[in-house]
Design a protein around this ligand. Structure first.
Ligand code: PLP
Length: 263
């Protein structure tokens, strides 16, 4: 009993179903992992953008953690949209209280449509309280730049940024290079806890249907870790999964469409 792989997503709800917690749950389901969730905020959102968002009461965040800890055997967890400093602090406090396995920290800041999913003053709290708890940190380029306070463009700067983030306390760092639109490849740089590193590159796919890509890759890593897949393999599987999800779009919505979790 209670030994089926179970994972946890701590994130914001996307009513449009393509990103946030919904992308996480769909991905975990596809990877044959049972998804539990702590809802941090609710967004009114579709493929055209984020129309509104509302963080849940802090007390309810803690109660969700307590409910899960009292029943499930969670083997890996991840964070997504955390809204503001108070919610980041509450999540960090609960992650210190309970053992939910390795944490994949996706430092979600701004949606592709421009909506802020984390207040600016929360970045310091995230850096100080959550980052040292991360087994895997998965910033995209703009997020890596904000976290370290300097620009990241060249391969040497990717490496330096990952080293700085590791010194801040995260164990393994994946800097996702997909925002470098002039490149023919999506080049991700990975610095592992043991100091080894590698680049994973896939051909760039020209599409607007990339809503929820960051959530999906971090959810896939989390699901694989919940199953006991070794980290390097979990990352490779996840890079291939997101590539297929972007390459096989589904026709949903009028805007910046979702990736395909069945791909
Ligand atoms: N909405 C929520 C609730 C999210 O957590 C995220 C990303 O983490 C997004 C939207 C981002 O969507 P996009 O991929 O369009 O930037």
């Amino acid at each position: 009993m209670n030994d089926f792989p179970q994972a946890l997503t701590i994130a914001g709800s996307d009513s449009g179903g393509g990103a946030g917690m919904q992308a996480d749950i769909k991905t975990m389901q596809e990877r044959h992992v049972f998804a539990t969730n702590v809802v941090v905020a609710i967004t009114a959102q579709n493929t055209l953008g984020v129309q509104d968002s509302f963080p849940l009461p802090l007390e309810l965040i803690t109660k969700q953690f307590e409910s899960l800890a009292a029943d499930f055997h969670i083997k890996a967890c991840k964070t997504g949209m955390l809204a503001d400093a108070a919610h980041v602090a509450a999540v960090a406090e609960n992650l210190r209280r309970f053992d939910f396995g390795p944490l994949t920290l996706d430092p979600v800041m701004i949606a592709k449509g421009g909506a802020a999913l984390l207040t600016e003053d929360a970045i310091t709290t995230l850096r100080n309280e959550l980052l040292p708890l991360a087994t895997v940190l998965t910033p995209n380029l703009p997020e890596a730049e904000v976290l370290i306070g300097q620009s990241v463009k060249t391969p040497a700067e990717f490496k330096l940024a990952a080293q700085i983030l590791q010194k801040m306390g995260a164990q393994n760092i994946i800097i996702k290079g997909g925002h470098q639109t002039a490149e023919q490849q999506a080049n991700d740089y990975i610095l592992y806890a043991d100091g080894s590193d590698e680049w994973l590159s896939t051909p760039r796919i020209e599409t607007v249907r990339t809503h929820g890509t960051g959530d999906t890759i971090s959810a896939c890593i989390t699901a694989e870790l919940a199953k006991g897949t070794p980290l390097k393999q979990a990352i490779r599987i996840s890079k291939a999964y997101i590539q297929a999800a972007i390459a096989n779009p589904i026709a949903v919505g009028h805007g910046h469409g979702p990736t395909n979790h069945w791909a």
